[in-house]
Design a binder for this molecule. Sequence first.
Ligand code: WQD
Length: 351
Amino acid sequence: MKKILVTGGCGYIGSHTIADLIENGYAVISIDNNSRSHAGILDGVKKITGQRVKNYPIDLCNYADTYAVFQENTDIAGIIHFAAYKAVGESVANPLLYFENNIVSLVNILKCAKAFGVAHFVFSSSCTVYGNPAHIPVTETTPLQPAASPYGSTKQMGERMVDETVKGGGLQAILLRYFNPVGAHPSNEIGEMPVGKPANLVPAITQTAIGKLGTLEVHGNDYATRDGSCLRDYIHVCDIAHAHTLSLNYLMAQKNQYACEVFNLGSGNGYTVLEVIAAFEKESGASLNYRTGPRRAGDVEAIYANNDKAVQALGWTIRYGLSDMMRTAWQWECRLKTDENLFNRQDAGLN
Ligand code: WQD
């Protein structure tokens, strides 16, 4: 079995991707310092796959510690690099924290990939690189506007760093631009575990519905959309996860035409905030307590993906719709409430 290193393997998309990789015949190791995650999530991965994944709890900003992992695993065939901070609001408040963590860790992992001759690299990018697009849906050739936040800047820089690094030869790479990952694994053994008050819409919805939060605030209702609330492309986290497995398969089969290729990972459908709330209420049977408030700084009015390239080149098919996203997100939130000791959340300061 080919061994894949997943950085950020204890995170939301990382853990779901590890489960998909194992189910598709890969061996996996993880690097995650658990600063924004909990190693216990890999217990859930074991329940799904039967495999105990080894996690190296080191800081990727420490080159020596990162290098040591590669010395211990000289058979790494590919890397999927998730590890990064990703809270848009926090990045505005503390830009240097984001530049240091997201850029230095990427430099170190790329240096190790080159030093150890790793041939395949998948980079976790984001639709935030498009900024406020002039036209939607966006394709991979849609011109990038200035990033709306330091977080988005680190993803724009990261894409450029990977692209320039592969020009030196040896390494082949894919950049995956996620739209809005939501939902949880259908087994209900793993899901999203926000640290502190969730900034993202769907965990904010489910935590409001379960009673952990009082009222959901809809950030703005005066946008030029169907109902005045922002429009986004929500995509099930398992569909996102499987696209990573398909990306590695694509690189290992040498199907790529260029050393670095980029793909949009969105459903191709746009939904407004109010439409997501309505879908959640329909799936959960819960009546959500929400009110409309002011716009949120840095928010893009509307964006959704043209995903034709990923569908055609990677053979990617979207398996989950909005109702599945809402149902699995709600099931997971209910599990977190009933299973208080799940992954010993209180140890990690996770809510
Ligand atoms: C969606 C919509 C909010 C919370 C995220 C990640 C970013 C990137 C892209 C990966 C917006 C509104 C939210 C709330 C609300 N992902 N909202 N009330 O901003 O599109 O970006 O996906 O790279 O890292 O942050 O997602 O879920 O924060 O917001 O009205 O309590 O929901 O204003 O319109 P966003 P989000």
